[in-house]
Design a protein around this ligand. Structure first.
Ligand code: AHG
Ligand code: MN
Ligand code: MN
Length: 348
């Protein structure tokens, strides 16, 4: 019997780089950085490992299904939405440099400390994205966005309501066939995979570049007749231009596929969600930063997502995000047709 070669873990680089050492390395590049950043990233990594463990054991520990409450959006909370939210609060709450924790699951943000007490960063997050897929073991994730706790003008605007172009870092953790941590601190996009055998996120890809073009669109076509005309006309064209469709129903999973393989993800305005369904500050902005850092585009109709003025923690936006050529192929239709219902009203 030929002896079977031992399976060696394959990392993209000779050395074994953990998320922590990678972030510390990144901080060396920013003279003004004070090492506080790695504190936050290690807390997010700890939360990701803990949530991932809960997600994988959900059926065994009987924490699937609805929690029995609705959240601020009037959506039915899954038990794991609440559990994930508590895990993140517990992991991040004790980091002395965090001023504000703002969650999709809480109407109001948690203000921990102000600048004078050392609160330097605001962390905004969707603790569990795609949670309606949990019961059927489809990929779900956690999305996070990090802002500096800066004074805003006018002074009465809360520090956590800044446009996406002010993010200092953004990322997501995808609990899929493997647990993947994707992050950018403004110098490209890096990907880590959780190596369960050593309990650490290890670097597998650096400076990820999204394919310039790929004929795949990702949209919930069930609502097609409800979209503004520009999206309807784009879909009509795509149906004759050799596109295929992929839609998982978890933004993190659909986005991760688009990042690695190319394509375009769309969540247009609908009659039910006239501004779009996805939330700006903890879903669209962080994913827009990731995709733009990888060479892609992220717009809401005709406006860059990261330039949208943030007026409310749970404000929504429409999303067209992915390969640059594929986003352009969508927005081309907005020159002749409406991208929002207001446009359509004006056009009458
Ligand atoms: P969440 O589970 O955090 O509420 O997010 C669900 C979002 C997003 O993950 C996904 O792209 C979208 O809802 C799917 O919406 P539809 O079911 O309307 O297609
Ligand atoms: Mn979500
Ligand atoms: Mn969620």
């Amino acid at each position: 019997m030929p002896d079977i070669p031992a399976i060696q873990p394959r990392y993209t680089r000779d050395n074994l780089t953990s998320l922590q050492s990678y972030i510390l390395n990144e901080e060396q590049k920013h003279p003004e950085a004070t090492g506080e950043f790695s504190w936050i990233m290690s807390a997010i990594a700890l939360a990701g490992k803990t949530i991932g463990n809960k997600v994988r054991r959900a059926r065994i520990e009987d924490v699937l299904g609805a929690h029995g409450d609705t959240n601020v959006h009037g959506e039915e909370q899954q038990k794991l939405d609440v559990i994930a939210n508590e895990i993140i609060m517990r992991c991040l709450g004790d980091r002395a440099n965090i001023a504000v924790l703002a969650s999709e699951e809480d109407e109001q943000p948690k203000v921990l400390r102000d600048r004078s007490e050392g609160g330097r960063y605001c962390v905004l997050f969707d603790p569990l994205d795609g949670s309606s897929n949990l019961d059927v073991s489809v990929g779900v994730g956690t999305i996070f966005s990090i802002l500096r706790n800066e004074r805003r003008k006018p002074r009465d605007i809360p520090h956590y309501l800044q446009p996406g172009n002010r993010q200092v870092a953004a990322g997501y953790i995808l609990y899929g066939s493997s647990t993947v941590f994707v992050v950018t601190t403004g110098n490209g996009v890096s990907m880590f995979v959780l190596d369960q055998s050593i309990g650490a996120f290890v670097l597998v890809e650096e400076n990820i570049r999204i394919p310039k073009a790929k004929k795949v669109y990702s949209i919930n076509e069930a609502y097609r007749d409800d979209f503004p005309r520009g999206y309807i006309e784009y879909l009509k064209w795509a149906h004759t231009a050799g596109y295929s469709s992929r839609y998982i129903g978890s933004f993190v999973a659909d986005l991760h596929r688009s990042l690695l393989k190319g394509g375009v993800f769309l969540y247009p305005p609908t009659r039910t969600h006239t501004d779009g369904k996805l939330r700006l500050v903890y879903e669209a902005n962080p994913m827009a930063m990731i995709i733009e850092q990888a060479g892609g585009k992220a717009v809401s109709g005709l406006q860059r997502i990261q330039d949208i003025r943030t007026t409310a923690l749970h404000q929504r936006t429409s999303v067209v995000i992915g390969s640059p050529d594929e986003v352009d192929a969508v927005t081309k239709f907005f020159d002749a047709y409406s991208a929002t219902f207001e446009d359509a009203a004006e056009a009458v």
